[in-house]
Design a protein around this ligand. Sequence first.
Ligand SMILES: Cc1ncc(COP(=O)(O)O)c(C=O)c1O
Length: 380
Amino acid sequence: MNSSPFDQPLDRQHTGSIKWEKYADKDVIPMWVADMEFATAPEIIAALKDRLNHPILGYTCGTDSLARTVTEYLQQTHHWQIDPDWLVWLPGVVPGLSALTWMLEPDDQIMVFTPVYHPLLLIPEKFNQSRVDVPLVYTNNRWGIDFDVFEKSINKNCKMLFLCSPHNPMGTLFSADELQRVVEICSAYNIVVISDEIHCDLVLHNTLTHTTTGTVAGDNQSNVVTLMSPSKTFNLAGANCSFAVIPDAAYRKAYTEKCMYTLPVVPTLAYTAAEAAYQFGWHWHAELIEYLRGNLQTLRTEIDRLPGLSMDNPDATYLAWINTSELPVANAYEFFVHAGVGLSPGAQFGNADYQRLNFACSRVQLEEGIGRMRKAIEAL
Ligand SMILES: Cc1ncc(COP(=O)(O)O)c(C=O)c1O
């Protein structure tokens, strides 16, 4: 049998991994937070070691070379032509989203398509802005936007939309048409679209591609702020180098000023990792996508066999959205933890009928996790 570098389980205990520390003293396989159980690309590790040959890790800025690298990546991979001046370097997408709320007035409201990655639900509340939820709807085997509901939800205080594209946790890739409509509607009502595209390089189907919101915005491009990062693509969540693409010069200046002295600067080694990733990580990434496809197939086959569970087919991400509402248990999340599998409770994202499973791990670990779930269900 051909083995893949991704088959090799790695022991992450005692590395301070948030994912593993949660269950440090328990026999629970952590399949929750969105980082992967895979060694990042060797080229990235080599670049980091090389950088450490210089013994000063002082305050660092995003270099012209990094801006060129990211601009080329957006052009080549996502067919999006940007001006390098539009880039704002950030120490993470979530801090970048939080800082965007500082662009609002106290009465302004933030719209969000739900269920969704929980910080998009929590940030408005933490920063004292009210939130307007627009539920996504399940039609034609996918979760999508009901544009009537969306438009009817808008009120005069709505000034920002948090869009998660591709969508976490449901894995939807929004089509160019859908994204164009979102931007047109928002522009008509003066709502800035904040497009969190951190999962954009994790498309799992050969026939599908990710559309960056910026490419379909046309004349409304200045109404869109895009947030991206190499962290999901290359498994660099602890090396926080993210970026915002902000075409509107005045908005970019105001945002940059708000971030200064409030957000930390991007760590030196994070810049190094990001540049190496976008320059040299694509061979590793191609193998990763193949492996994730195999894992998704394994997971789908097994989940389809388990009574009480059903699973949507994610277009993108390594996150499965599993409907557990038919399981005869009071709390499916607790039930699976007790069985030795730590999932993310769907309630966290806004739908308690579901649990989210991170399948970016070795096939052996995935099978062990599914086996534990099966055993627990069979014992009911
Ligand atoms: C949609 C989305 N945005 C942002 C993040 C986190 O970004 P960062 O670690 O750069 O703050 C995640 C992590 O799971 C995510 O799924």
